[in-house]
Design a protein around this ligand. Structure first.
Ligand SMILES: O=P(O)(O)O[C@H]1[C@H](O)[C@H](O)[C@H](O)[C@@H](O)[C@@H]1O
Ligand SMILES: [Mg+2]
Length: 345
């Protein structure tokens, strides 16, 4: 039977049996069956196999369901260690003069520390997980594509709150999201100057320094704090919409409007329950990927600013403690549509 028919035959088997085959294939027929071609597994199974290698070993011990379910734990642990190391680099850099450069406009700042931290993270991940993909803020700024595929992908904002970093304003985060099959599997946001490590694993809750997070139970927007940012665009039409939204929301009235200066930490505040909702138009996928999982794992909801499904590449986000608050916010937002992160240039 050739490889293609073998794969079709296998796909009709229950997963447990399929996994046994993968085990057998891995240990008893290193060379692909039928010579030449390799049995192609989709990325996740391939990655499972690669990851699960320590679990299979030469005795082909089958990874139990829980061990397989934790196959991304190894990557998450590495992400936490990288975020902590990156935080040390950020704190050290704050002791020196920071060389400030600009990107899309005069207030869209970047520093050598942003670039150094991103390189540190990506280089380390490439060594440990050579088949993984990346979306990094500074790599994209340098011309790399910003496309999310099914592959295991690290979505990295080396310094979220770059403007804060330049001014030593105390909210600076390293944000690392990880997606497989376009679904967030884990999130790590390290608020470097507060020494707060926010983590979330899909289906396993959200935490800050190991303490569980839960969104606010407040359903009345008039008893709420809302966070947002002015962003780095100074396009008159965009600024007009930003201020119209801000005035509408402020005059609901809400208790207050806040902004940490970083999308990632704004979303951590929603997950922590100290802010009922955050919204913004103009952010990028690297600003919100990790925060989106933290909010949903803390019991919150994500939505587009027009009330539709959240789309991490759309540059628009509402992250709230509940649909009630999210939909009330949407009714007050004057939205606009920046060029998508994955738009073809
Ligand atoms: O600091 P950045 O990584 O550039 O990201 C920030 C962005 O530049 C803009 O200031 C947004 O308003 C922020 O929410 C975002 O985090
Ligand atoms: Mg950034």
């Amino acid at each position: 039977m050739d490889v293609e028919n073998a794969v079709l035959e296998l796909c009709s088997l229950p997963a447990q049996v399929l996994w046994s085959f993968v085990c057998v294939y891995r240990t008893t027929c290193r060379s692909p069956p039928g010579g030449g071609s390799t049995l192609l597994l989709d990325n996740e199974e391939e990655e499972t196999r690669k990851y699960a290698e320590p679990l299979i070993g030469s005795d082909c011990r089958q990874g139990s369901t829980s061990e397989m379910a934790d196959l991304w734990q190894n990557a998450m642990d590495h992400a936490v260690a990288l975020a902590r190391r990156a935080g040390e680099v950020v704190r050290e850099a704050l002791q020196d003069d920071r060389k400030v450069m600009t990107k899309s406009c005069s207030v869209d700042l970047v520093t050598q520390t942003d670039q150094k931290v991103e390189q540190l993270i990506i280089q380390s991940v490439k060594e440990k997980f050579p088949t993984h993909s990346f979306i990094g803020e500074e790599s994209v700024a340098a011309g790399e594509a910003c496309v999310l595929t099914d592959c295991p992908t690290w979505i990295v904002d080396p310094i979220d709150g770059t403007t804060n970093f330049v001014h030593a304003f105390p909210f600076v985060a390293v944000s690392i999201g990880f997606s497989v099959n376009r679904q967030m599997e884990f999130a790590v946001v390290y608020s470097c100057l507060e020494d707060k490590m926010y983590t979330a694993r899909r289906g396993k809750g959200a935490f800050c320094n190991g303490e569980p997070l839960q969104v606010s139970g407040q359903e009345d927007i008039k008893q709420s704090i809302i966070s947002t940012e002015f962003g780095s665009s100074r396009d008159p039409e965009a600024v007009e919409k930003i201020f119209l939204s801000l005035r509408s929301i402020l005059c609901i009235p809400v208790h207050g409007v806040r902004g940490a200066g970083t999308a990632a930490i704004n979303m951590c505040h929603v997950a922590s329950g100290c802010v009922e909702a955050y919204y913004e138009v103009g952010i990028h996928v690297w600003d919100v990927a990790a925060g989106s999982l933290l909010v949903s794992e803390a019991g919150g909801v994500l939505m587009d600013v027009d009330g539709g499904a959240a789309d991490l590449m759309s540059r628009r986000i509402v992250a709230a403690n509940s649909r009630t608050i999210a939909e009330r916010l949407v009714s007050e937002i004057h939205s606009f549509s920046p060029l998508r992160d994955d738009a073809t240039p």
